[in-house]
Design a protein around this ligand. Structure first.
Ligand SMILES: CC(C)(COP(=O)(O)OP(=O)(O)OC[C@H]1O[C@@H](n2cnc3c(N)ncnc32)[C@H](O)[C@@H]1OP(=O)(O)O)[C@@H](O)C(=O)NCCC(=O)NCCS
Length: 173
């Protein structure tokens, strides 16, 4: 597993979290119980910190970074889809940041907010609760496309998947 300390900066990973062996976790990264981190994802807490709330997931091929001014914080029961870049943003509880999106410094996604696939949120953007950000540059509107129960289903499926991977994944090479 690629988990690194950088001088005094050391990841803190709850024993009930799941970090896939091909994810990379460096420095001040705090991962709560039931959270999961999937292959090819990089969490680099070398300048500021990254925090993943309980039962949240960061799917394959994501890059999460942070700054001293803007840590990257993901609340509880939230999902970050495949190939997402988050740089110094605060994402609340019950949020979905969908595939291929870019979420930049100082952005706040309030509880229950969503970022649609491929959206780019520039500096200091805000996605209110129950809203979705779509497009490049992203525009925000009430979310009628993907409800809180659908976000919860994604989260639940990843909690279950992490348990399965912990029990059944075998490396063959
Ligand atoms: C946002 C999303 C839910 C929209 O799904 P949809 O079924 O196409 O939704 P709708 O049919 O209601 O489309 C709503 C409008 O948004 C547009 N739209 C849909 N997805 C869009 C996107 N990613 N970016 C920009 N516009 C988008 C549609 O063209 C439509 O435009 P209109 O109102 O002008 O006609 C979908 O694009 C998405 O991001 N899904 C998340 C997938 C994911 O990450 N799942 C979890 C991973 S496990």
């Amino acid at each position: 597993m690629a988990i690194y300390a950088l001088a005094e900066l050391e990841p803190s990973i709850h024993p009930d979290a799941y970090v896939h062996p091909d994810a990379t976790v460096i420095g001040d990264v705090r991962i709560a119980a039931g959270a999961s981190v999937w292959p090819g994802t990089v969490l680099r807490g070398d300048n500021g910190y990254i925090e993943l709330g309980s039962r949240s997931n960061v799917q394959d091929g994501c890059v999460l970074h942070c700054t001293q001014r803007h840590p990257t914080i993901l609340g509880e029961n939230s999902a970050i889809g495949h190939s997402v870049h988050v740089e110094g943003a605060t994402i609340g509880t019950g949020c979905l940041i969908a595939s291929g999106s870019v979420v930049l410094n100082g952005t706040v996604v309030e509880d229950g907010g969503m970022v649609g696939a491929g959206a780019v949120l520039s500096y200091d953007s805000r996605v209110p609760s129950g809203h979705i950000a779509l497009g490049v540059p992203a525009k925000t509107r009430p979310n009628t496309a993907f409800g809180p129960e659908q976000i919860a289903a994604v989260v639940d499926s990843y909690v279950a998947r992490a348990k399965r991977f912990r029990a059944e994944l075998r490396r063959l090479d």
